[in-house]
Design a protein around this ligand. Structure first.
Ligand code: ADP
Length: 323
C-alpha cells in the first residue's frame, strides 16, 4: 500500500482531506478510503472538522513515523519491517539479507518468541515491552575486524539512551548496556563472511522499556527505561538517535578502525579498570586494563600475566556483582 498518507500524518499535527488529496493527486473519497484502511490496520486517526485528520502515533515504530528524525544516508533508509511478532528480529533480517536487502534495512517486532543472546542464550522479549531491533550492515571489512561493530553499536546505543532518556548508560564489555549496574540493553552481532570479506552483519539490540514479569534469573539483573527515567521517551526516538549515531560511528570505523572511536568507548565503559571474572573458553580473574584495536579485552591476572579475551566465547562478570 502507498504509505505517503502516513508520512503526511506523521509530519503534521493536522492534515486536511483537501491537502492530502492535492498532494497525492487522488480524490477526496480515495483519501477517505485510505484513512479507513489505516484505521483498520490499527492506526489511531481522529478527524476534527476543518483542521482535518490527526494521527496519534503512540509508541508505534513504522518507518513513516521516524523518517524525519533521521540524519542518515543509509541506516533506516532502506527496507523496514515492523512486525507484531517474530521468532527473532535478527533471524527475520537475515532472511531479508539473503533476499538482497540493502545496507541500512531494519526489522522491529513487538514481541520475539525466540529472542537470542550470545552462545545460544535467550533474550526475553515480551510483547510491547521493549525496542527489539535489528539493523543490516554491509561493511567492507575483514571478518576478524567485525567484533569492533559490537563496540560501535554499544557506543551508539549508550549515547542514544543518555541523550534521549537521560539515563546514565554505560557499556559492559562486550555487548551490554547497563544502568546502575543492571542490564538495560543487550547487543547481538551475527556475521556472514566469505573467505576474507564480510558479506553482511546483523546488529541486534534489545532495549528494555517497560518493567515486566522477568524470569527469576533476571529480576535483579535487568532494568528498563521506565524504571530509570522520569519521562519515558518513545521507542522510535531512541531508535532514530541510535541509527544516526551508529552510521556516523561506522563511517569513522571504516577509515580509522577502533582507534577512531576508542575515546568515546572508554568514556562510557563500565568494565575498564574494574576487577572482572571471565568464564567460558578462557577462565581468568583479574583487572580489565584495556581494549585492543580488534575489540579484545585485555585482562591482567593476579600473577601479572596479560590475557587477550575474544568476545565470542566468554562471559564477563564484575567480581563485585553483575556489572
Ligand atoms: P551476558 O552478556 O550476560 O554474558 P548475553 O550477551 O548472551 O549474556 O545475553 C543473554 C543473557 O542476558 C541471558 O542469559 C540473560 O541472563 C540476560 N537477559 C535475557 N533477556 C534479558 C532482558 N530482557 N533484559 C536483560 N537481560 C536479559
Amino acid at each position: 500500500m502507498d504509505r505517503t498518507i502516513l508520512t503526511l500524518l506523521a509530519e503534521n499535527e493536522f492534515v486536511s482531506g483537501e491537502k492530502i488529496s492535492e498532494s497525492m493527486g487522488i480524490s477526496r473519497s480515495a483519501v477517505w478510503k485510505k484513512i479507513n484502511s489505516l484505521r483498520e490496520e490499527g492506526f489511531d486517526i481522529t478527524s476534527q472538522g476543518k483542521k482535518g485528520y490527526h494521527l496519534n502515533m503512540g509508541d508505534r515504530l513504522e518507518q513513516e513515523l521516524w523518517q524525519n528524525m533521521l540524519t542518515t544516508k543509509r541506516l533506516g533508509r532502506a527496507e523496514a519491517e515492523t512486525l507484531q511478532t517474530t521468532d527473532s528480529t535478527n533471524s527475520q533480517l537475515k532472511r531479508m539479507a539473503l533476499m538482497g536487502a540493502a545496507e541500512g534495512s531494519i526489522c522491529t517486532a513487538e514481541e520475539q518468541t525466540r529472542g537470542k543472546g550470545r552462545l545460544g542464550r535467550v533474550w526475553e522479549s515480551p510483547q510491547g515491552a521493549g525496542l527489539w531491533l535489528s539493523v543490516l550492515l554491509r561493511p567492507e571489512m575483514k571478518p576478524e575486524r567485525a567484533p569492533v561493530i559490537t563496540l560501535a553499536a554499544a557506543i551508539a546505543m549508550a549515547e542514544a539512551i543518555r541523550k534521549v532518556a537521560g539515563a546514565e548508560a554505560k557499556i559492559k564489555w562486550p555487548n551490554d548496556i547497563v544502568v546502575d549496574g543492571r542490564k538495560i540493553c543487550g547487543i547481538l552481532l551475527e556475521i556472514s563472511a566469505e573467505m576474507d570479506m564480510v558479506e553482511y552483519v546483523i546488529v541486534g539490540t534489545g532495549v528494555n522499556f517497560r518493567k515486566t514479569a522477568y524470569s527469576d534469573e533476571l529480576r535483579d539483573k535487568a532494568v528498563s527505561i521506565e524504571e530509570v527515567c522520569s519521562a519515558v521517551p518513545k521507542r522510535r526516538e531512541i531508535m532514530a538517535e541510535y541509527l544516526n549515531l551508529l552510521e556516523k560511528l561506522m563511517d569513522i570505523v571504516a577509515i580509522s578502525g577502533f582507534e577512531g572511536i576508542r575515546e568515546r568507548y572508554e568514556a562510557m565503559s563500565a568494565t575498564l579498570g574494574k576487577r572482572v571474572q571471565v568464564t567460558g573458553s578462557v577462565n581468568v580473574t583479574g583487572t580489565a586494563e584495556n581494549v585492543d584495536s580488534e575489540g579484545c579485552l585485555m585482562v591482567r591476572d593476579d600473577e601479572g600475566t596479560l590475557h587477550r579475551i575474544l568476545s565470542g566465547d566468554v562471559s564477563v562478570r564484575g567480581v563485585m556483582g553483575y556489572a
